[in-house]
Design a protein around this ligand. Structure first.
Ligand code: PLP
Length: 500
């Protein structure tokens, strides 16, 4: 095959500057219109999988020939803007998924245009420095030592896994990276976390070769906070047996209820026993910058490592998680290899040495832009508004004759629907059975309604609805609408269940 001199411009993926501009402007116009119209539309069209697959034409094979970029972008925008659940809708209160910051959307586009490979400084000089500054700013925002190290990862799971691997390396007195966890004569490594810990802990113990049996799940008190007396006793028993405690995990804002473990007490215990103290603050750590939040959040500064999710309370578009470690050398000790085919030098920061990834994109850019667009004061305002809205919801649930409030912490409120005539029967077996079936069905129907979106929690055996507000579009009016939406749908299900 002969290659013509102009081959670069004729490349099937090339767009000249004018075409790029036209396609880009048209796409931005579409996105702007969709964002502006969002509050008037449903949270989700709630379509069945076969409807979505049919809209896509899921059965079609790979096209042999190319098509114009503007047509493709038009269709992609149409498909996604019509057949998606919008976590940026003002009444999306599910899980812990935030509304996306518009500046972050544009930041991702810029990051893709530069396409910096933030594995090494050589390949990404400015991008590396932007990421380092972002890590320092995140630390500063939550009162963590700004001389710390860290890096951006895909989300909370990875932000917990990275310190987990580093703690594994740090705790082993043998060369665990070479000999593995099952080296001859090696003691059993153990990890401690409350029963309310997010399921990353199982994945971490499994993937690090410890096995999930290595995790000591510590019970919680009535407020779903780790019981420190049991933690202390379990640590002592394991040490007496010859096991090696590798890490204690405390959660700052649990996924179910937003509970904050007794971090100060756990920090003191870890200091005394010389055990790695890790805080899973994926959701709640940012709340430390807001006055009036639980005092224990202030003890995050004592952690050896912190997992924190900019794609939650910094409202960065997915994906953006962040690892902070007091001593960055502990990451290097766990992850760095120096193969002969890399010549990156050691005088500058090479992120490839600090984590499991090799090639890395500039996830930090959207976070860095958001931190400057809102500033510290802007974030304090948005996070405190989310918490105040959650407290408003708790009050309105409390005042509603057919709703039972269960918990309120940070920006998570849990509650359930209880028909007025069954209120007196709460706790009796037959009534609880009815309420369980009713609220399970209620969750599904609220989600399908498109009017609002909540998720669920199971609290001491009670099936609860759970509203988590990590959303800068939500207004007091959206909150006021929720109890009545829930009660209206709940009443209908109650009638159906009783007619059975
Ligand atoms: C969200 C969350 C995680 C998981 O984070 P992803 O970003 O979904 O990977 C882990 N722990 C806590 C406490 C969380 O809130």
């Amino acid at each position: 095959m002969s290659i013509d001199a102009d081959s670069a411009n004729a490349a099937p993926l090339a767009l000249d500057a004018d075409e790029f501009r036209r396609a880009g402007h048209a796409l931005v116009d579409r996105i702007a219109a969709a964002l502006a119209a969002r509050p008037q539309g449903p949270v989700t069209p709630s379509e069945a999988p076969d409807v979505v697959r049919a809209a896509l034409g899921a059965e079609q094979g790979l096209p042999a020939q190319g098509r114009p970029a503007n047509e493709l972008l038009d269709r992609a925008a149409e498909l996604l803007m019509t057949h998606s659940l919008f976590n940026g809708h003002p009444r999306f209160f599910g899980y812990i998924t935030s509304s996306p910051a518009p500046i972050g959307m544009l930041g991702d586009m810029l990051a893709a245009a530069v396409n910096a490979n933030v594995g090494s400084w050589l390949l990404a000089p400015m991008a590396t420095e932007i990421e380092a500054q972002t890590v320092r700013w995140v630390a500063e925002l939550i009162g963590y030592d700004p001389r710390c190290g860290g890096l951006l990862v895909s989300g909370g799971n990875m932000a917990n896994l990275v310190p987990f691997w580093a703690a594994r390396r740090h705790a082993a007195t043998w060369d665990i990276r070479v000999e593995g966890v099952a080296a001859a004569g090696a003691p059993r490594l153990r990890v401690y976390a409350s029963v309310e810990t997010h399921t990353w802990i199982q994945k971490a113990a499994d993937l690090a070769g410890l096995g999930t049996d290595a995790v000591r799940f510590i019970p919680t008190d009535a407020a779903f906070r780790m019981n420190v007396a049991t933690l202390r006793r379990t640590l002592d028993e394991d040490r007496a047996r010859g096991d090696v405690p590798m890490m204690v995990v405390a959660t700052a804002g649990t996924v179910s209820t937003g509970a904050v473990d007794p971090l100060a007490e756990i920090a003191a215990l870890c200091r005394e026993r010389k055990i790695w103290f890790h805080v899973d603050g994926a959701y709640g750590a940012f709340a430390v910058c807001v006055p009036g939040t639980p005092d224990d959040l202030r003890a995050i500064r004592e952690a050896d490592s912190v997992a924190i999710d900019p794609h939650k309370w910094l409202y960065a578009p997915l994906e953006a998680g962040c690892v902070l470690v007091r001593d960055v050398e502990r990451l290097r000790a766990a992850f760095a290899y120096h193969p002969p085919y890399y010549h990156f030098g050691t005088e500058a920061l090479n992120y490839v040495d600090l984590g499991p990834q090799n090639s890395r994109g500039l996830r930090a850019l959207k976070v860095w832009l958001g931190l400057q667009h809102a500033g510290r004061e802007g974030y304090v305002q948005m996070i405190s508004t989310n918490i105040a809205l959650s407290q408003q919801l708790h009050r309105e649930v409390l005042a509603h004759a057919e709703l039972q409030p269960l918990t309120q912490s940070l920006s998570i409120t849990t509650f359930r629907y209880v028909p007025a005539d069954l209120r007196a029967g709460i706790g009796t077996e037959s009534v609880e059975k009815h309420l369980d079936a009713l609220n399970r069905e209620l969750l599904v129907r609220i989600q399908a309604s498109g009017e609002a979106f909540v998720s669920n929690a199971v609290l001491g055996g009670i099936y609860a609805l759970r509203a988590c507000i990590v959303n800068f579009h939500t207004t007091p009016r959206d909150i006021t609408m929720l109890p009545e939406i829930v009660a209206r749908i709940g009443r209908g299900i109650d009638r159906e269940l009783r007619a059975k």
